[in-house]
Ligand binder design. Structure first.
Ligand code: F6R
Length: 588
């Protein structure tokens, strides 16, 4: 959450930073700001709104100077106002700061600094960093950064620009920060896409470390204050993945990319899959964890392992996992699932598990992410950069890996892999313009409704929950998923004339019960949208899906994604930037 970036080099910082925050905009889009320096004075332009709006009003691209910092905000402390937009400065206006995270003890620090005469301009926690640096600058930049970093509580990353000295410095303490190394220039940013068009060479800053960039680059451990050696790593990422191409939105581009991303996810090292499956079989307690959509994949994992491997694994929401710490031993296995590999809830859960000696093997899309680096092993989903806030192609990729593991645990990896390859081919056929047009017609029919209910059973119960997530975040229609069997216990009270109810009716042991549940809804006036390989009389609208057997959750996820997209369009939503959300959730 929040995209932060710093540039130190010979070129015009304004236009480089502007492009960098465009590339980080998925991390937050409440307000933006840039500060550049020509070696003496700091120039700051910032405002409410998304990058293009603020650039339209303030011509950020025209800002001169060869060093600078920039920010795109997802508000935590302080309302969305121009004053609260980053960068923030100290009283002398020679130190500027951009920040990602939450400073838990900022009120205490602010009171102390106010008593010393510091004048605060904003409601943010970030501003305390600038004034604290001012207090400590007599120690020199390195020492000032270290003492400020030590004082801040919570998960944070920040980059400071010291105008008088022409120095940029960054601290990583719980939130991501990565260095990009160009010819005669350096970048320091929350995420690699910020600088990918300039360099593919990166240096990873570990948690509890900081970087200082002047004529060279120096890394330090914050606790020991000792300098740290880093090596340059060349990353393999194609910038085209981060562009929309001919598509109007990233969301539909990423939905369509599932034609091939699924094949990439299935293509795992079979020895590694078998080895880990053996560990799952031997473990005493296996937990999938994740948040939001990745969490729904974890819940699917419970059902998939039960059905295919006859093995009990648990799913716990990452944010709730700390309450389970008493069940953890060194024989427990933790399997975090995460697209970004940066989600704070997941990170905290992993910290809790590691303290108990638990082995952590993750399913991640972003290679080199914090989760990837702190896990004992990672299976990479290989979906490429996912930019739309709503996760799609990473989700089906994660699910494919969960299936591979379950089949491997059952000693049937070959069979599972063949089934997954067939399923991926079916997805390839499914994602055609005719299918999309059919879903678009449905979106026109139901796009003005206030509520949509979604039901599923067994493997497809978590699919119903996931469809509800997609529709809610992209279209802002209230969508809620239920287990088909739960309806009669309470939620059927919500059904009245014309209320849309999506029913996932798989060709499996749950079919008869699901059709009964759909009939119960229809009898109360509900409009039944059936997602199923076969057309059933009870459906008012039918979304056909291929009959793939056990892997039905993979094909069933797709109509939910596409319907969410078209409902979002119908309602004029900002498709790739869901209201109040951000792609990488680095706060608890
Ligand atoms: C919904 C969505 C979110 C994420 C969640 C976890 O479409 O994208 O619910 O799934 O924030 O993010 P990651 O997977 O990056 O840990």
């Amino acid at each position: 959450m929040c995209g932060i970036v710093g540039y130190w080099g010979r070129r015009n910082a304004g236009s480089i930073l502007l492009q960098a925050i465009r590339n980080l905009e998925y991390r937050g889009y409440d307000s933006v700001g840039i500060c550049t320096s020509n070696g003496e004075i700091l120039a700051i332009r910032k405002d409410k709104g998304k990058v293009e709006e603020v650039n339209g009003r303030h011509s950020l691209h025209e800002m001169t100077g060869n060093i600078g910092i920039a920010h795109t905000r997802w508000a935590t402390t302080g309302k969305v106002t121009k004053k609260n937009a980053h960068p923030h400065t100290d009283c002398t206006k020679s130190i500027a700061v951009v920040h990602n995270g939450i400073i838990e003890n900022y009120e205490r620090i602010r009171e102390r600094l106010r008593a010393k005469g510091h004048a605060f301009q904003s409601e943010t926690d970030t501003e305390t960093i600038a004034h604290l640096l001012e207090e400590n600058i007599h120690l020199g930049i390195g020492q000032a950064m270290i003492s400020v970093a030590k004082e801040l509580e919570g998960r944070n990353a920040f980059v400071a620009l010291f105008g008088n000295e022409g120095v940029i410095a960054g601290v990583r303490k719980g939130s991501p920060l990565i260095v990009g190394v160009g010819g005669e220039e350096y970048f320091v940013a929350s995420d690699i896409p910020a600088f990918l068009e300039h360099t593919k060479k990166v240096m990873y800053i570990d948690d509890g470390q900081m970087v200082v960039i002047n004529n060279g680059i120096h890394f330090f451990d914050i606790d020991s204050q000792k300098s740290v050696e880093k090596r340059i790593v060349e990353i393999v990422l194609d910038m085209k993945q981060a562009e929309k191409g001919d598509y109007e939105h990233f969301l539909i581009k990423e939905i369509m990319e599932q034609k091939e991303t699924l094949f990439r996810a299935i293509n795992q090292d079979e020895d590694e899959i078998r080895k880990f499956a053996e560990e799952i079989n031997q473990a005493f307690g296996v937990f999938f964890i994740g948040a939001g959509t990745a969490g729904r994949v974890g819940l699917m994992g419970e059902y998939i392992f039960s059905k295919i491997a006859k093995k009990h694994v648990n799913f716990v929401l990452a944010s709730e996992f700390p309450s389970y710490e008493h069940f953890l031993t060194s024989k427990t296995l933790l399997i975090p699932i995460s697209q970004s590999g940066e989600t704070a809830d997941v990170m905290k859960a992993v910290e809790v598990a590691k303290k108990k000696g638990v082995k952590v093997v993750s399913i991640i899309n972003v290679k080199g992410s914090t989760l990837d680096r702190i896990s004992d092993h990672s299976f990479l989903v290989n979906s490429g950069i996912e930019k739309s806030v709503a996760s799609t192609k990473a989700t089906t990729g994660q699910l494919a890996i969960v299936f591979l593991l379950a089949y491997a645990c059952a000693g049937r990896l070959e069979e599972g892999k063949r089934l997954l390859i067939d399923t991926a081919s079916e997805v390839n056929d499914m994602l055609n313009p005719r299918y999309e047009a059919h879903i678009k017609r449905l979106a026109k029919k139901i796009g003005r409704r206030d509520h949509i209910y979604i039901i599923g059973r067994g493997l497809n119960y978590p699919v119903a929950l996931e469809a509800a997530i997609k529709i809610t975040e992209v279209s802002c229609i209230h969508a809620e998923g239920f287990a088909g069997g739960e309806l009669k216990h309470y939620s059927i009270a919500l059904i009245s004339d014309g209320v849309p109810c999506i029913a996932f009716v798989a060709n499996d042991e749950t079919m008869a019960d699901m059709l009964n549940n759909a009939a119960e809804v229809k009898a109360r006036g509900g409009y039944i949208i059936g997602v199923s390989p076969e057309k059933h009389e009870i459906f008012d609208y039918w979304l056909k899906v291929p009959d793939v057997g056990n892997t039905s959750p993979i094909v069933n996820i797709i109509p939910g994604q596409m319907l969410a997209y078209h409902l979002g369009l119908e309602r004029g939503m900002d498709i790739d930037y869901c209201r109040n959300l951000a792609k990488s959730v680095t706060v608890l």
